[in-house]
Design a protein around this ligand. Structure first.
Ligand code: F6R
Length: 607
């Protein structure tokens, strides 16, 4: 995710800002920039690419003068990675500079308004709107203006603001996006992440939502949006840098598992307005949507598993035939595809070679390509006919978790959007689904609360040689992901089977003590999967179930992790969490290199 640093003190700010940004590099970014008040002007230096470019441009920050400044590493959301879209952003006359983490959901309306008033924008970002609004409304008090502007913003943000006329102040704001204040001797700091300030201070304030900090060299005042002072306890950070990068967790994978409620919320919430799914960013017309007679999904690995879930959901809700294909198979099998087929392309990185080539193959044959991508400006995002971004933020662990969950979230949005246009979802069902979708992040949070139980169950299974996953319908699609997660990070051989297939061969592998993980969430087929569980138990299998809390009787069948009951379409988002945690704890007990499993790369750019 993007990173923020800020410094106000008596030393040159440039070298500190560069150093702070270097500490945030691990979070992933595509451009970086700093802005200092040199006593006369706000001087901005920013560049696309690695921090090394900015370091060279500024002689490690030394070429800029000034003792107050802000800096940023950007992970593109609105607007491709580029020099001009990099932060900090200046207001039109250069009086105010802003760095921002998060997403301003109503930025387009605000931008249109400012343009109608003659304001000239330079970038494609949502952030620039904030700088321009501050200049537009400014009279004589920066803090009053910032509070006024906050009242106009919808979405999430952590902000750092400096002004040309006042070199003695930084204003910092937090809403839904983390921001801390570091307290030094005659110097104070802002940062999105403690790693950026640990070399300078361990004394911090954590801002809460809607709190505003006014930093001067020798004081920090925290107020709310009514300008009432907020008294906070100073916290002393005891983590070392390595632990701090991982938010205090041992591995990025665990951190990313825990980030899922937030990532899902960020992906869903900009797309639901007044109880309806809004996909403003796509060009696909209602007529085109109605003209398709098939949906074709191409992807690799976990993204393909999202495609398999999507097949069940789209077919059920849209009544259109859907094929989910491994991109590496699709591209070489002379697929039957034409302009009546919508191709949905799923990729976290947006750079996976097979997925990209499969998409191009589909496009060559006349198909319209709609991609679901996490990395803004990546090849697949740029070359597809339409893109819907997931807002998972950078995923550092090789094994995907939060990207998988946000891809699922986009699948739900598409199912509702298309179903509404095609008339395959009745209004009451639509309303109920929207309500449940909006409360999904909370439900995922509830499931994360079962982590100790998953740790216990992992301790029972981590010495196994083989583990099998079974399920039916969407539960089968999910078992593919549970199995991949486990094998890729724990190196335990594991396979996923459609439970109905057991008797056609696989059951011969079951012997005394063979672990079987059964997904028992799909309401219509509970009786059938329970019969399959009994079959493997009879042959000695040790079974663990994932089931909905509306079926407490499942605990009499096998040891069970319960998830909250939601509609069938949304269950994969809850059921995948225990599978991720289980794989994580098994790998941890085995002492594996969880974030960087052997032989694997985060982005597979060769076939
Ligand atoms: C597994 C995993 C991979 C990716 C696959 C596709 O945990 O991360 O299977 O899902 O390599 O990558 P993207 O989504 O970048 O196209």
């Amino acid at each position: 995710m993007c990173g923020i640093v800020g410094y106000i003190g008596c030393e040159p700010a440039g070298p500190y800002l560069i150093d702070g940004l270097a500490k945030l590099e691990y979070r992933g970014y595509d451009s970086a920039g700093i802005c200092l008040n040199d006593g006369k002007e706000l001087v901005v230096k920013k560049a696309k690419g690695q921090l090394a470019v900015l370091k060279e441009m500024t002689d490690n920050g030394k070429s800029l003068s000034g003792t107050v400044g802000i800096g940023h590493t950007r992970w593109a959301t609105h607007g491709e990675p580029s020099d001009v879209n990099a932060h900090p952003h200046l207001s039109e006359s250069g009086r105010f500079a802003v760095v921002h983490n998060g997403i301003i959901e109503n930025y387009q309306q605000l931008k249109d308004y400012l343009i109608s008033k003659g304001v000239v924008f330079r970038s494609m970002t949502d952030t620039e709107v904030i700088a321009q609004l501050i200049e537009f409304y400014y009279h004589d008090s920066l803090i009053d203006t910032v509070i006024k502007v906050l009242g106009k913003l919808e979405g999430s943000y952590a902000l750092g603001v400096i002004s040309r006329e006042n070199p003695d102040e930084i204003i910092a704001v937090r809403k839904e996006s983390p921001l801390i204040i570091g307290l030094g001797e005659k110097e104070n700091f802002i940062a999105s992440d403690v790693t950026a300030i640990l070399s300078k201070t361990r004394k911090i304030y954590r801002l809460e939502n809607n709190e505003i900090a006014v930093l001067r060299r020798d004081s920090v005042k925290i107020i709310n949006t009514d300008k009432e002072e907020v008294h906070k306890e100073v916290e002393t950070v005891t983590w070392d840098v390595d632990a701090a990068e991982k938010g205090g967790y041992e591995h990025f994978m665990f951190k990313e598992i825990m980030e899922q409620p937030d990532a899902i919320r960020k992906t869903i919430s900009p797309h639901i307005k007044n109880g309806r799914v809004v996909l403003d960013e796509i060009k696909l017309t209602h007529e085109q949507i109605k003209s398709f007679n098939k949906i074709n999904i191409v992807a690799c690995g976990s993204a393909y598993h999202v495609g398999v879930v999507a097949k069940y959901i789209f077919e059920k809700m849209l009544r259109i035939p859907v094929e989910a294909d491994l991109a590496s198979e699709f591209r070489y099998r002379d697929p039957i595809i034409n302009d009546k087929v919508l191709t949905v392309v799923i990729s976290q990185s947006g750079e996976t070679a097979d997925t990209k080539e499969a998409m191009k193959e589909a496009q060559r044959r006349g198909s319209y390509a709609l991609s679901i991508v996490n990395v803004v400006g990546s090849a697949i995002a740029m070359e597809s006919d339409d893109v819907i971004y997931t807002w998972a933020g950078p995923e550092i662990s090789v094994a995907t978790t939060k990207a998988y969950s946000t891809q699922l979230a986009v699948v739900y949005l598409l199912a509702l959007y298309f179903g509404d246009i095609l008339g395959t979802i009745v209004p009451d069902e639509y309303k109920a689904l929207i309500n449940q979708l909006e409360s999904l992040p909370e439900k995922v949070q509830t499931v994360l609360g079962h982590k100790e139980r998953l740790q216990y169950l992992a301790s029972k299974f981590f010495n196994s040689k083989d583990i099998f996953f079974i399920g039916r319908n969407i539960d089968y699609a999910l078992s593919l992901e549970g199995s991949l997660k486990l094998k890729e990070i724990s190196y335990i051989h594991s396979e996923a089977y459609a439970a109905g297939e057991l008797k056609h061969g696989t059951i011969s592998l079951i012997e005394q003590g063979t672990p079987v993980i059964a997904l028992v969430t799909h309401e219509e087929l509970i009786g059938k999967i329970v019969s399959n569980i009994e079959e493997v138990k009879t042959r000695g299998a040790e079974v663990m179930c994932i089931a909905c809390d509306t079926h407490p009787e499942i605990k009499d069948v096998a040891q069970t992790v319960f998830i909250p009951k939601v509609c069938d379409m949304l269950l994969p988002s809850l059921a995948v969490v225990p599978l991720q945690l289980f794989a994580y704890y098994v790998a941890s007990l085995k002492g594996c290199d969880i974030d960087k499993p052997r032989n694997l790369a985060k982005s597979v750019t060769v076939e």
